[in-house]
Write a protein that binds this ligand. Structure first.
Ligand code: ZN
Length: 184
């Protein structure tokens, strides 16, 4: 498979902070990418994974709310509208290992987008699935749970964040010198 070298990238990798661009081509490449992302998500026991988390800044995410093989979902160019209600709930992120926090989300949302074949999706969901949508949608705009958790929660994770920064610096010694361009 073309994407076997992909892996999940961790904060503070700058690719997690970029605005992702719309997908234009619904081809075999996109299907292969979605399969690889679902595989990586499953290996890490996650319920959702967005393309920026594998270093690709395109508007696409995968999820599986039940863990059943038949329940894999791929959303491309998603748009969320008609938010109603609010609900706080615990969230983690595969790009921020060992960090969990209460995040306030819209309770019910409407989603318009495409599936991996390019066919239109139009769904309304509440609760858990709507929460995963919002988490993954945030990734497409460079937003992380770090930006949505309270100041106290961020403080309580200070040590873990510092460790992640040190790990990134060790693994990417030259990237820190460059301030504007990211290597692809
Ligand atoms: Zn995440």
């Amino acid at each position: 498979m073309a994407f076997e070298d992909l892996k999940i990238i961790l904060w503070p990798d700058p690719r997690l902070r970029k605005m992702s661009v719309e997908v234009e081509h619904f081809d075999q490449n996109l299907r292969d990418l979605s399969l690889r992302m679902l595989e990586l998500m499953r290996e890490s026991k996650g319920v959702g994974l967005a393309a920026p988390q594998v270093g690709l800044n395109i508007r696409m995410f995968v999820m599986n709310p039940t863990g059943q093989p038949g329940d894999d979902r791929v959303y491309v160019n998603p748009v969320l509208t008609d938010a109603t209600g609010e609900e706080a709930g615990e969230e983690g992120c595969l790009s921020l290992p060992q960090i969990n926090a209460e995040i306030l989300r819209d309770r019910t949302l409407h989603m318009e987008g495409k599936n991996v074949e390019g066919q239109p999706i139009s769904e309304t969901e509440s609760g858990y699935i709507a929460r995963v949508w919002q988490h993954e949608f945030d990734h497409l705009n460079g937003t992380l749970i770090l930006d949505r958790m309270g100041e106290q929660a961020r403080m309580s994770h200070r040590k873990t964040l510092r460790d992640l920064e040190e790990r990134y610096e060790l693994e990417h010694p030259k990237k820190l010198v460059k301030t504007t361009k990211t290597k692809r």
